[in-house]
Structure formats: structure tokens, C-alpha cells
Design a protein around this ligand. Sequence first.
Ligand code: NAD
Ligand code: TYD
Length: 358
Amino acid sequence: MTTSLDRPRRITRLLVTGGAGFIGSNFVHRTLAMRPDVHITVLDAMTYAANPANLSGTGVELVVGSVADAALVDRLVVSLGEGTGDAGGAAVVHFAAESHNDNALRDPLRFVRTNTEGTAVLAEACVRHGVHLHHISTDEVFGDLPLRGSGEPGSEDRFTVDTPYAPSSVYSASKASADHLVRAFVRSHGLSATISNCSNNYGPRQHPEKFLPRQITGLLDGETPRLYGTGENVRDWIHVDDHNDAVWAILDRGVAGETYLIGADGERSNLECVRALNGIFGRDGDDFVHVTDRPGHDLRYAIDPSSMHALGWTPRFTDFAAGLADTVAWYRDHRDWWETSRKDAELVYRATEDILDP
Ligand code: NAD
Ligand code: TYD
């Protein structure tokens, strides 16, 4: 349901959930650099996915706690409006989530508690105190598309705001449920909210459990890249700063009740990504191993970003090869940041993963 935008467009106070994780911390850094007048409080449970170093030196207040803690969330949302004399100048930007599909296979209920219940708790508090909620969601809620050129129905399609939801994993189903809950709070409880569904992000500070940092940090440790299955699966890559600029475009100009799809025309197969990384490291492009595939592995994601173009946003990082090289340089320069979390992530992976064609 679309309602008219009944809040000021100049947001000066933010509660950023999940602000110590990958996208949330990049959002905090970018906001402080571009909008020094914005006051930020971060709510983060500091799970394995958070890194305290992500916020060091920023001066933002970090509240350690869960988005599913209703009393804590209520207190934070109330105080968000205080000091402005106008709760309309405040917003919650909700990044917090359990975000990794492979973990959802191991511990699905944690995803439901944080992603689904946590979003409902935030939405309810925002209704109660008249604060706008921007909910960060994913393109994975739409399920997957057939490979381009395969001749299958849908193989030339991209996801649009009208694509029906068909999530494949408990991660994407928990995010889909959260989106539905936000829309229900808008329609039936008068919540002011916007939703964005973004494609796969890359850039600095992404946990080494995820595909690109896993391969980059492995290469930095002299290891061979690991591709799930055949490597033909396609993701639609976007630089994290482009994602976060799009979020600000929505906060500035988005219409309450609307959903926006964020993507940067960045479709690449996993195989193409690994070849590009091998190239950056001066290695043979085809020097990788195939490992056990992920059960239920989505084949292709692709975003039609026209809803964002209509808001006047376009991506700045249009050269994927250059963005990837910069990301590799960041990991090369920040070994302290990733070394321990890589070891932890690899212990979990190696317990279940077999090399398919040694
Ligand atoms: P991340 O795993 O790097 O960070 C998630 C953060 O949320 C961590 O700091 C973690 O400690 C925190 N968190 C987890 N459970 C919490 C809880 N119960 N209460 C408070 N904080 C909690 O994830 P990310 O990649 O930065 O993703 C951020 C958001 O963007 C998620 O909602 C995700 O679904 C969405 N998204 C991610 C991508 C991507 O490519 N990474 C793409 C589209 C959308
Ligand atoms: P991931 O970063 O987990 O993101 P998502 O599953 O949410 O898209 O994985 C991106 C793609 O990379 C996905 O198709 C799975 C694949 N992948 C590998 O091929 N090897 C790996 O070691 C990992 C972690 C992922």
C-alpha cells in the first residue's frame, strides 16, 4: 500500500541495526563522511558476524543487544525522537540479520528469531512512536531465475517489484516473512516504512564466510579457490557503497509504503568471479576446485533496478574488475581484521565440504 510521504525528507537521527556488520558498518562510515549532521546510534547483538573494529574511531554509540528484545528496542526508538522535538526527523535503518545461507542450513530457527521476529519487534516500536522504518531486504526473497540463454521460461527475466515471492532457503524465507510483516504493519497499523531488496554486495569488511572474501582471503593464504558445484550459478554484484547510497536516496526521496529494488547490472557467474580473482593474483584462471554444492542452491539472481533509477539513483561502481581489485587490496591491507574469523569459518566449512574433482 502506498501512502503519501508524511515525514520530513531531512533525516538527522538514525538508529542503525546491524551497524557492526558488513553493509551496516559501511553505511555508518559513508553517512558520517557524507552527512556529518546525522546522529547515529547502532544496535547490534555483536554476533560472530560483527567486528568491533568496524566501528572503531567513528564515535557512534554502540548499544549491544538484540532487535528481538522488545523492551530495549522500545527504549531506543523512543529516545531516537528525543532531542529533535520531532520524531519525524528520525528513522530506523534495519540491517540486522542472520545473513548467511550456509548457516541457515545448520541452524534455521536462529534466522526466524532474528530476521522475522526481530523485524516485527522493530516495526511495532516504530508504529508506537511514529518513527519511519527502512527495512533492508534481499533479492533472494524472489527465489531464483533460470540461467540466461537456457531457453527456459523466465531465462531472460529479472526480478521486478511485481515478481511473486518464492524463497528457497530459511534465510530467504525469514527475510520474505519480514517483508510481509512490514507491509502488514503499514497497511493495518499505519507504520511509515520503505523496503529495499538488494542484490549481492561486495566491498570491504565482508565476513570471510561469504563467497568473494572467502576466495580472496584464501588466495592471500596461498589456497585454491573453492566453487560450489559447477560454478555456473549467477549473482548480480553491487558495490556496498552503491547499495548504501541507494538507501539514502530512499530515505531522502522514497515514498512511504513503497518497495525499491537495488541492483547495478552486475550479473556474473561464480566461475567468472573466480577467474577474475585468479587473474588479480596472477594465477591461471582455471586453477580452482569444485566442492560439494549447497543444498537448494539458487541458480540465478538478477535485479531490474528501474524503481531506483526513478528516484534519481544510479550506481557509481560500474567497473566490477576495478571494484574487485580494490576489494582485494583492502583484504591484503587488513589481515588482522579477517584472520581469526577466516579460521573459524573454515573450520565449519571443512567439516561438511568435500572436493569433488581433485
Ligand atoms: P552481516 O552478517 O555482515 O551483518 C549482520 C549484522 O547484524 C552483524 O553485525 C550482527 O552482529 C548483527 N545481528 C545479527 N543478529 C542480530 C540481532 N538479533 N540483533 C541485533 N543485531 C544482530 O550481514 P550483511 O551482509 O551486512 O547484511 C546486512 C543486511 O543486508 C541483512 O539484512 C541482509 O539480509 C541484507 N542483504 C545483504 C546482502 C549481501 O550481499 N550481503 C544483499 C542484500 C541484502
Ligand atoms: P554467498 O556469498 O554465500 O551469497 P548468496 O548465497 O547469499 O548469494 O555465495 C555467493 C555464491 O557463491 C553462491 O552461488 C554460492 C557460491 N559459493 C561458492 O561457490 N563457494 C564458496 O566457497 C561460497 C561460500 C559460496
